[in-house]
Design a protein around this ligand. Structure first.
Ligand code: 1PR
Length: 581
C-alpha cells in the first residue's frame, strides 16, 4: 500500500517561543484569556503572517482540494508537523478526513489531540471541515463508540437508511442559519456541498454552539460557531462560489462576506447535474475529450479518427463556471492501459482541481496491476494516486463487476476487492461504481435468472420485458450479471454511489432509460446517477420526476454546446425540481 499523502508546504521559521497551559475545556475562553496563564506544557511559536494559514493534515486522506481553494483565494499554507505547530497557528484549518476512530487514534498518539483542545480553549481562530467538525464532539458511533475531542457536548450518529433514506448524504443541501456569524454571511439561501454518512445531533446541551442546521431525514448540525471557533459539516472547498466566500470569510478576518443574493432560496437537497468527460488519447497521442455513440468513439468516416471534442481541463473549467454540480473524468481506455503510467491524465486531474471547486470524480483502470518490470500495484495505490492528484471520488467499472460476480457466487466478502479496499480506507462516499449495461429483451421474466422490467417500449420482436446485462472493458465483453444484481451487490461491498450508464442510450439524445434508472434507484439506498441519452432539458425533469435518481449526467449535449447547463437548471426550477442555481 502506498503511504498516505504527505503534507506539503513549509513550516514557520524564526518564530518566538511562548508557553501555554495544557488543559481541556468544553467552551473556549474569550480571547482576553489567550496565551499565558496556568501550567506550562507545550511550546508555542508565534507567527504573524496574515496571509498564511496553518493546515492540519494528519495524512489520512486527500486534502488537496482544501489546499487548492486556500491558494486560489491568495493565501499561503503552513503545515502542522507537531503539536507545537498547532499552538503556534494564528489561523488553523482542520479538514478532517477518514474515519472518526482512526482520526482520533492519530491525533491522540501524536499529541495533537491535546494541542487542538488547548488551541480551541484559548479561542484562537479555528475552522474545522467535515470530520473536523465531528471530532469536536464528545463521541461518535462510527467504528465505536469512540471518544472525540470533547469540546462540544453531543454524539455523532450514522444517518438511518432503514426507512429508505439514501446514505451517504451526498450533494448540495440548504443551510438553515440559526445564528448570525461572519463565517456564513452571504451563504443564506444558497446550497452547499455535503458528503458524509455520519452527523452530529443537535441537542439542548449543544444549542449555543450551533450556527446552522440542515435537514436530511432529520435535522443535523451543519455548522457550529462560538467565539473564534467555527466548524462546518459541508465542504466549502467544493461548494463553488458560495463555499469559496465562506472560506474567505474565515481566512480574511475583515472579509464582509459575499452578499450575493440567491436566485432562488435553497430549501432541501438538490438534484445534481453532472458534466462527464470521456477522456482518451487520440491517434496522435494527444489526450482529448471524446464522445461515443453507444460507446463507439470513432468517426464514421474513412479516417475513423477518435472524435475530439476539446481539451479536458478547459472543458472541466468551463463546466464549473457554467454551474455543473460535479465534473467526472472517465479514462475510457484505462481498462487496457495502466493508469499510473498515464501521467497526462494525472496532470489533467491536478490542473482541473486547481480551477474546479465542485467535486471531481475520476474513473478508468482502477484494478490491481503488474507492470512490464514485474512491479505489482494494488488498486488501492492506483486510487490513492487519483486522490492525491485531486479526485474527490473514484469510479470503478470492470473490476467492480468481477468483484460482484465473485461475491454473488460465494456469498463471502473477502475484503480484498478493489471496491472493498478503497472504501475501507477512504470511506464509501469516495467510491462510485460505474455500470455499463446493455438492454436484452425477453418475452417473460421467467426466461432469465436476472431481474427484468416491463419495458415502456416493446422490443424488436414485440418483447415486453428486458434485463440489463452488465459489460466490462468499455462495453466490449458481456458478463453473466444484471444491472439490478450488480447494484445491490456493490452496495453491500461498500460502494457509496452508482453511476448508471446505458450503452443503448449513450449518445442517442433520446432521453435516459427510465425503466433502467427506476429499477436500480428503487433497489438501493445509495445515490444513483442517471447517465446516457440526455438530448434536451425535458429529459432531466423526466428522470427526476419518474425515478429516484439523485443526479443526472450528460456529456454530448454539453460538449457540442447544444444545451447549456444553465438552461437545464432553469428548466428544472420551472418544473419544481430543487437544484443549485
Ligand atoms: O472499466 O474501471 O476501466 O472504467 C472504465 C470507465 O470508462 C467506465 O466508467 C465506463 O463507463 C467508461 N467507458 C469505457 N468505454 C467507454 C466508451 O464510451 N467507449 N464511456 C466509456 C462511458 C458513458 C458515459 C457517457 C454517458 C453520457 N461513457 O460516460 O458520458 O453515456 O453520454 P451522453 O450524454 O452523450 O449520452 P474501468
Amino acid at each position: 500500500m502506498q503511504p498516505p499523502p504527505q503534507p506539503q508546504g513549509a513550516m514557520a521559521t524564526g518564530a518566538a517561543i511562548l508557553t501555554v497551559p495544557c488543559s481541556v475545556g468544553r467552551r473556549p475562553k474569550r480571547s482576553s484569556q489567550r496565551r499565558g496563564s496556568g501550567s506550562a506544557s507545550l511550546s508555542v511559536r508565534a507567527s504573524s503572517d496574515a496571509n498564511t494559514v496553518t493546515l492540519l493534515d494528519y495524512g489520512a486522506g486527500n486534502v488537496r482540494s482544501v489546499r487548492n481553494a486556500i491558494r486560489h483565494l491568495g493565501f499561503g499554507i503552513r503545515d502542522v508537523r507537531s503539536p507545537e505547530d498547532i499552538l503556534a497557528a494564528d489561523r488553523l484549518v482542520f479538514p478532517g478526513v477518514g474515519a472518526f476512530g482512526s482520526a482520533m487514534d492519530v491525533l491522540n498518539s501524536t499529541g495533537m489531540a491535546d494541542a487542538l483542545r488547548e488551541y480551541v480553549q484559548m479561542d484562537r481562530p479555528f475552522l474545522g471541515i467535515c470530520l473536523g467538525l465531528q471530532l469536536l464532539f464528545d463521541s461518535s458511533e462510527e467504528n465505536g463508540p469512540v471518544s472525540g475531542l470533547g469540546v462540544i457536548p453531543g454524539v455523532v450518529r450514522r444517518f438511518d437508511s432503514s426507512k429508505g433514506l439514501i446514505v451517504p448524504h451526498i450533494g448540495w443541501n440548504a443551510l438553515e442559519i440559526t445564528k448570525d456569524t461572519q463565517l456564513l454571511q452571504g451563504a443564506d439561501g444558497h446550497h452547499v456541498y455535503f458528503v458524509h454518512s455520519y452527523h452530529a445531533l443537535p441537542s439542548d446541551a449543544n444549542r449555543d454552539w450551533i450556527s446552522s442546521i440542515c435537514n436530511y431525514g432529520d435535522s443535523f448540525v451543519s455548522s457550529i460557531s462560538m467565539g473564534n471557533i467555527q466548524a462546518v459539516q459541508f465542504h466549502p472547498e467544493k461548494s463553488g462560489d458560495t463555499g469559496l466566500s465562506i472560506l474567505k470569510n474565515f481566512l480574511s478576518a475583515n472579509s464582509s462576506g459575499a452578499k450575493v443574493p440567491a436566485r432562488r432560496k435553497a430549501s432541501k437537497l438538490a438534484k445534481r447535474v453532472i458534466a462527464c468527460l470521456d477522456v482518451r488519447s487520440n491517434d496522435n497521442g494527444d489526450l482529448v475529450v471524446t464522445k461515443g455513440d453507444q460507446y463507439d468513439v470513432r468517426d464514421h468516416t474513412s479516417s475513423k479518427e477518435v472524435r475530439n471534442l476539446g481539451k479536458p481541463v478547459d472543458l472541466a473549467s468551463q463546466y464549473y463556471i457554467d454551474g455543473a454540480d460535479e465534473v467526472s473524468f472517465l479514462n475510457i481506455t484505462g481498462f487496457r492501459d495502466f493508469p499510473l503510467g498515464d501521467l497526462p491524465m494525472l496532470e489533467v486531474l491536478r490542473c482541473a482541481s486547481e480551477k474546479v471547486f465542485v467535486p471531481l470524480t475520476v474513473g478508468g483502470g482502477i484494478r490491481d496491476f503488474t507492470d512490464a518490470n514485474g512491479r505489482y500495484y494494488s488498486s488501492l495505490e492506483v486510487a490513492s494516486e487519483y486522490f492525491r492528484s485531486g479526485a474527490d471520488k473514484i469510479s470503478i467499472g470492470s473490476d467492480a463487476v468481477y468483484a460482484a460476480e465473485a461475491f454473488l457466487q460465494t456469498g463471502v466478502k473477502t475484503g480484498k476487492s478493489s471496491l472493498e479496499q478503497i472504501s475501507r480506507v477512504y470511506g464509501n462516499q469516495a467510491v462510485v461504481v460505474s455500470i455499463d449495461p446493455r438492454r436484452v429483451y425477453v418475452n417473460s421474466p421467467e426466461d432469465v435468472p436476472f431481474k427484468t422490467v416491463k419495458v415502456s417500449s416493446k422490443g424488436p420482436s414485440g418483447e415486453e420485458y428486458a434485463w440489463y446485462q452488465c459489460t466490462v472493458s468499455g462495453g466490449r465483453d458481456s458478463r453473466p450479471i444484471g444491472a439490478y444484481e450488480l447494484a445491490k451487490a456493490v452496495e453491500e461491498l461498500g460502494a457509496g454511489e452508482i453511476l448508471l450508464n446505458c450503452i443503448d442510450c449513450d449518445g442517442q439524445g433520446c432521453g435516459f432509460d427510465i425503466d433502467l434508472v427506476k429499477m436500480v434507484s428503487d433497489a438501493v439506498t445509495i445515490p444513483v446517477i442517471a447517465s446516457s441519452g440526455a438530448g434536451a432539458v425535458e429529459h432531466f425533469s423526466e428522470v427526476f420526476e419518474k425515478t429516484n435518481a439523485s443526479a443526472a449526467l450528460a456529456a454530448g449535449i454539453f460538449h457540442r454546446k447544444e444545451v447549456p447547463i444553465l438552461a437545464v437548471k432553469e428548466h428544472l426550477v420551472d418544473a419544481g425540481v430543487e437544484v443549485r442555481v
